[in-house]
Design a protein around this ligand. Sequence first.
Ligand SMILES: Nc1nc2c(ncn2[C@@H]2O[C@H](COP(=O)(O)OP(=O)(O)O)[C@@H](O)[C@H]2O)c(=O)[nH]1
Ligand SMILES: [Mg+2]
Length: 259
Amino acid sequence: MAKRYYTIFMLGTAGSGKTVLTKTMLDWFNEKKLDVITLNLDAGVRRLPYNPDIDVRDIVNIDNLTDKLDLGPNGAMIASMDLIATKIDTVRDEIDYIKPEYLLVDTPGQIELFAYRSSGRLVSSVIAEGSQPASIFLIDPSLALRPEGFSSILLLSVSVAFQLALPQITAISKSDIIEKEQMEHLENWIDSPESLVTDLQRSGIVSLSQQLGMSIIDILQQFKSTGDLLPISSNTGYNIDTLIALLERDWGERDDFYE
Ligand SMILES: Nc1nc2c(ncn2[C@@H]2O[C@H](COP(=O)(O)OP(=O)(O)O)[C@@H](O)[C@H]2O)c(=O)[nH]1
Ligand SMILES: [Mg+2]
């Protein structure tokens, strides 16, 4: 039997905390003396708080791409993901050469590049191949202040799980800076999903169909039963142990899949 290894993808909207969580998880695994490496898939990032073992910036030079193709920043990011996809075998070879036990994957700032374009999905499937994969979808609390924002981001997390077909844990990032009142709102919505739908209707979303309201309630109930929507903080380390325990639980259940 080949050595078993685990891949963890960090997902979430731009600025949700994927890069900082990669660093925090790296420290966590290192502290436990586990065999862990990091892979940076963000070709556009200038500075990282960790030193990636594998880095797509070695394959794709975003500045050259911008100049050569006369692109704006969004065009350059799209072209870079397409270029990474054509060179994904290089990344795969590096992973196979290092043979880590844990592979932490920091994904591009813009989730749509990774989850919704075929090049991004190809990259994720080639990286996950042969490992037990999991993903962490980070909900940025600043996008979840209003009931509409929170609902939209819940739907986004489900949509991303659907696109990438990866086991996913949903966490609320930056819990150290959530104001008490906002945290109470979030907890209330999570504990009683009906209250979220009531608040949506109260805030004037008249067009919210009954069915959409029911779907949101279903998603929340599903999340509740799996321990998702865990508030975490990469800055203080709050709930990082629990997050990793949730990952391990998923891997345990999936043992037979990948042997
Ligand atoms: N207070 C606080 N700030 C955080 C936390 N995680 C990330 N941030 C900040 O949020 C911003 C975006 O984080 P980053 O990891 O680069 O987001 P990414 O675009 O998803 O990779 C940065 O300014 C981080 O310092 C956290 O746990 N607590
Ligand atoms: Mg980042």
